[in-house]
Design a binder for this molecule. Structure first.
Ligand code: THU
Length: 132
């Protein structure tokens, strides 16, 4: 499964719309039924309207009806040759839709791999329990 995801991520980098940063990012979220939802970063001339690859992938899964408990892992690849980490806006969204023990795996295009538990990557999240 992971080799397949690695290949999907690498191929999907070409779909990144990142003319402003020239920093393509590819992501994929996997469900417990082994469905794969991919995403890329999509930039905007206003800069602020940019969305990261991780949130694109998660929002595609959520739009298809997936919820916390359905999503088992998130995979990320940046095109720079290094391993890139999810930004903190994405970590907030990761906290909303992936369990604390779900995995976030960050690959470089060269096959370097770093693995984190959501709970380690997203300590002290703001959650619905803070609201109600
Ligand atoms: N980016 C992501 O797609 N994911 C991250 O977690 C880090 C940043 C994108 C946003 C922007 O298009 C480019 O990378 C440079 O910040």
């Amino acid at each position: 499964m992971e080799k397949r995801i690695f290949d999907i991520l690498k191929d999907n980098l070409k779909n990144s719309y990142s003319p402003y940063s020239d920093y393509p990012v590819s992501a994929a979220v996997v469900t417990k039924d082994d469905e794969v939802f991919t995403g890329v970063n999509i930039e905007n001339a206003s800069y602020g309207a940019t969305i990261c690859a991780e949130r694109t992938a998660i929002f595609k899964a959520v739009s298809a009806g997936k919820r916390k408990g359905d999503l088992t892992a998130l995979y990320v690849m940046v095109g720079s040759g290094k391993v890139g980490m999810p930004c903190f806006m994405c970590r907030q969204v990761i906290s909303e839709f992936l369990d604390r023990d779900a995995l976030v795996v960050c690959f470089s295009t060269e096959g370097q791999r770093e693995e984190y538990k959501v709970g380690d990557l997203c300590p002290y999240p703001f959650t619905s329990e803070d609201l109600f």
